[in-house]
Design a protein around this ligand. Structure first.
Ligand code: SF4
Ligand code: SF4
Length: 115
């Protein structure tokens, strides 16, 4: 799969995203497994209002990359999830969630729900 030019974007597309119950559980497990120092460092970073609570500003990347929600994995690759920096990467297919979301990460679920 073609990759996206994410370095330097500083989480421009990382705002509140819908999550499913399964994703919530997976993220919670991963956060709990993080070394305390790393978890605190990620948790206490200053972020622009509206930026995802798990965006790692310091390293310019997703702080929970291996367990990020499926919509984050799909972003940039579907016609309804187009990356403005690389619109040609999107396919002509429409992304459709396979499971019903339980709410928005960063709005309905914040750090206190994960650690
Ligand atoms: S998906 Fe696009 S907008 Fe989002 S960080 Fe990557 S290049 Fe930037
Ligand atoms: S979970 Fe990761 S990829 Fe998804 S919006 Fe948050 S920081 Fe971005």
């Amino acid at each position: 799969m073609e990759s996206l030019p994410c370095k330097g974007c500083k989480g421009m597309c990382c705002g509140p995203v819908p999550i499913t119950q399964q994703e919530r559980v997976k993220i919670k497990k991963a956060i709990r497994k993080m070394p305390a120092k790393q978890r605190l460092e990620l948790r206490n970073q200053e972020r622009f209002p509206g930026t995802c609570i798990f965006f790692d500003e310091r390293h310019d990347r997703c702080g929970i990359h291996s367990v990020r929600p499926s919509i984050c994995k799909a972003f940039g690759f579907y016609k309804n999830l187009v990356c403005f920096k690389s619109p040609q990467t999107a396919s002509t297919q429409k992304y459709e969630a396979t499971e019903q979301p339980i709410g928005l990460l960063s709005v309905d679920f914040t750090w206190k729900d994960f650690d």
